[in-house]
Design a protein around this ligand. Structure first.
Ligand SMILES: Cc1cc2nc3c(=O)[nH]c(=O)nc-3n(C[C@H](O)[C@H](O)[C@H](O)COP(=O)(O)O)c2cc1C
Length: 453
């Protein structure tokens, strides 16, 4: 108890004084001085009565690792209105090769390994691709690369992690608003709604030190031509476990509404009903974005209530196998879906293959055995092996046709000796171009086939 109190006090001390003042003045249900209450299971009647018809969008937040393909598809299945992809650094995307998998419908952006896997048939119309960037030029170049597979481009301007900020990306852009504005303007001009790419551009920011500073930044960002803005209601130094601060919310939403920009609130949103409640309470012109609660149970997007974790886990694993999600990521996300002390966590922690994960959960493994190898690296090799196998198959078919040709000629010219051999070689030369292969030199059949493939 004492430890909890200390932790809460420590957490409060991170809040800038100005927010603390407004915070206590407003005394919203988020008052940090009271113990966290369970998330509402339904929209409070008073809120429902005030605006029964108003429903905002509820969307999946960008999450590195946790926001990979299966989590996005599962969130959509449970009712998420849009899904943000995990932050992908523009420079990592530039130079990738786009590889389609006709079996799964997935598209891999590959460089030395898998950079990101998307599944356009199942998510494109609702997928917002988030870029980590510090430069207008590379942002536009990267956006063009994925443009055909996504429905919007978002710029991460809130990540406080050193890997993002040291390169001038994420939260570093909040300290360099001119650069952020130039990136957004470049994206609007390069791939935005009035270009042939027709992609809406958005940005995700955090609170600045004061409400006025936050509102001033939002006002300027709204002039760049963006379509959507998300406000993570925590300042940069605040940790993800700290209570979100809502004081700047209503004003931020008003600024966006006046500018015709859709607005999402992010931070501490528990589930669909809680999202609707916030949307009404703060008169939000757009919707709410959920991260951690969705990472633990993506059925938070259901408007009928959250589902039991076992059902969610089974749904997740089914999608992970359908899309052949990298094993390490599958295991990581599944561990997040299993509540604290369940013995299943230990079994999952020990699993090294999809088969072992399926055994632990009691499901049938649908990943072909030869592809159940577990890592991004080996999956990449499997893709290369598949290409080799296809080439070998074509080579075998050609070889068979040539052997058949040889057999027929031998039958026709039985006893003709040396002459038969010559004729076979000539036929090989004539047959090859029909197969779309370069003309063969006049050599023995096996040699000729090797040259052709
Ligand atoms: C595992 C994890 C990964 C995250 N990755 C990103 C990211 O790639 N881009 C981003 O803008 N925010 C990222 N965030 C921040 C979330 O999008 C969100 O702003 C934050 O968690 C607050 O929302 P919440 O209170 O619902 O968790 C990440 C958060 C978590 C927990």
């Amino acid at each position: 108890m004492i430890r909890r109190l200390c932790l809460r006090t420590a957490a409060r001390s991170f809040r800038p004084a100005v927010y603390r003042r407004y915070y206590h003045a407003t005394m919203t249900s988020d008052d940090p001085s009271v113990a966290p209450s369970p998330a509402p299971a339904m929209i409070p009647p008073a809120v429902e009565a005030a605006a029964p018809e108003k429903r905002g969008m509820v969307v999946l937040a960008p999450m590195v690792r946790s926001g990979q393909l299966p989590m996005r598809l599962l969130s959509l299945k449970y009712g998420a209105d849009l899904v943000w992809g995990p932050e992908t650094i523009d420079k990592a995307l530039i130079g990738t090769t786009r590889i389609e998998n006709p079996e799964t419908g997935c598209v891999d952006y590959m460089r030395a390994g898998l950079v990101i896997r998307l599944c356009p048939p199942r998510e494109k119309s609702k997928l917002i691709f988030q870029l980590g960037t510090a430069s207008p030029e590379t942002a536009v170049e990267a956006a063009k690369i994925v443009s055909q597979d996504v429905s919007g481009i978002d710029v991460n301007s809130g990540c406080p992690k050193p890997f993002s900020t040291h390169a001038g990306m994420g939260a570093a852009l909040l300290k360099d608003p001119d650069r952020l504005i130039s990136i957004l303007k470049a994206l609007v001009a390069g791939v935005g709604p009035s270009t042939p790419y027709a992609l809406p551009i958005s940005v995700k920011i955090r609170l600045l030190k004061t409400i006025d500073e936050t509102h001033a930044l939002i006002t300027n960002l709204c002039k760049t031509g963006i379509s959507t803005l998300t406000l993570h209601c925590r300042t940069v130094p605040m940790r993800k476990t700290e209570r979100a601060i809502r004081d700047a919310l209503a004003g931020a939403s008003d600024i966006c509404r006046a500018a015709g920009v859709r607005f999402f609130v992010n931070g501490d949103v528990k589930n669909w009903a809680h999202a609707q409640s916030l949307i009404r309470e703060y008169n939000i012109a757009g919707g709410a974005m959920i991260a951690i609660a969705a990472e633990a149970n993506p059925s938070v997007f259901c408007d009928t209530g959250v589902k039991e974790w076992r059902e969610v886990l089974a749904d997740y694993l089914t999608i992970a196998m359908e899309t052949e999600n990298p094993f390490a990521n599958t295991k990581f996300c599944m561990m997040n879906l299993v509540p604290g002390k369940q013995p299943l966590r230990e079994k999952l922690a020990r699993a090294k293959t999809f088969r072992e994960v399926c055994d632990a959960v009691g499901m049938e493994c649908t990943i072909p055995e030869e592809r159940d190898v577990g890592t991004v690296k080996t999956q990449r090799m499997t893709a290369a092996e598949e290409r080799d196998a296809q080439a070998k198959k074509e080579k075998d078919e050609r070889l068979e046709r040539l052997a058949e040709l040889k057999r027929r000629k031998a039958e026709e010219g039985e006893g003709a000796g040396e002459e038969t051999g010559k004729r076979v070689k000539m036929d090989v030369q004539q047959a090859a171009p029909m197969d779309g292969v370069v003309p063969l030199p006049t050599v023995g059949v096996a040699e000729a086939v090797d040259t052709a493939v």
